[in-house]
Design a protein around this ligand. Structure first.
Ligand code: PEP
Length: 249
């Protein structure tokens, strides 16, 4: 059985001290869990803001929790003031990176074409990219969910070998940070669609994201095609992040 994944997107939250306090508390909870003989069945990753990355890697060193970046630029060096390089993220100890989070698409205008370059750049730097897709409420209500997902996957994964190691996160925009979680059936249908788009030989796990909390995680996780979660708000508290992971086992 593949292990499930719980990833925490901290967005623009937590400085070095808060990160360190979070790591201490989460590692304590994980240690207690292991002492009770529970299997270590869930992969955990946190995505702090880039400024905190090096200290987050330090804070989680020796633990089973991986650290990833929230964004990279599509080029690795050059005259791109203010951007962050995938290679440097990797050098600082990041192992994963989010690509195409809806906030990057909507607030920063990132296009599918740019995201395809970022996917390629992440893989080149040996970072594991988590490619985020999802429809807006308007798109869902007008029956465009599948066509939106198809376009995002087709364009964003253009030129990416399906045997490369990457994850996909299905995050309906209307569920992100709204408290309006997708129903287990809505999540499962979208995941089944993404799984069939990716093809039988592609093993990329598909995570659900959008208002996941300890109280609703279990019902979604029990559906087919759900390989884990990308969690925003509820990942800021070590106990609720831990509870979501615990419920997945
Ligand atoms: C996210 O930002 O990826 C996310 C899923 O946020 P939230 O869990 O707060 O909806």
């Amino acid at each position: 059985m593949k292990s499930k994944i719980v990833a925490g997107n901290w967005k623009l939250n937590k400085g070095p001290q808060e990160t360190n306090a979070f790591a201490t508390q989460l590692c304590e909870l994980l240690k207690t869990e292991l002492q009770t003989g529970a299997p270590k069945a869930t992969q955990l990753v946190v995505f702090p803001q880039t400024l905190v990355l090096a200290s987050a890697v330090q804070s989680f060193s020796g633990s089973s929790v991986a650290v990833g970046g929230q964004n990279i630029y599509s080029e690795s060096t050059g005259a791109f003031t203010g951007e962050n390089s995938a290679a440097v993220l990797r050098e600082l100890g990041a192992t994963h990176v989010l690509i195409g989070h809806s906030e990057r698409r909507q607030i920063f205008g990132e296009t599918d074409m740019l995201l395809a370059k970022k996917m390629w750049m992440a893989l080149k730097a040996e970072l594991l990219p988590v490619f985020c897709v999802g429809e807006t409420l308007e798109q869902r209500q007008s029956g465009q969910t599948e066509s939106v997902l198809t376009a995002q996957l087709q364009n964003g994964l253009a030129g990416i070998d399906r045997n490369e190691t990457f994850w996909v996160a299905y995050e309906p925009v209307w569920a992100i940070g709204t408290g309006q979680v997708a129903s287990p059936q809505q999540a499962s249908e979208a995941h089944a669609f993404i799984r069939s788009f990716l093809g039988k030989t592609c093993e990329a796990p598909i995570l659900y994201g959008g208002s996941v909390k300890p109280e609703n995680a279990m019902a979604i996780a029990q559906q087919p095609h759900i390989d884990g979660f990308l969690v925003g708000g509820a990942s800021l508290d070590p106990r609720s992040f831990f509870e979501i992971a615990k419920n997945l086992k």
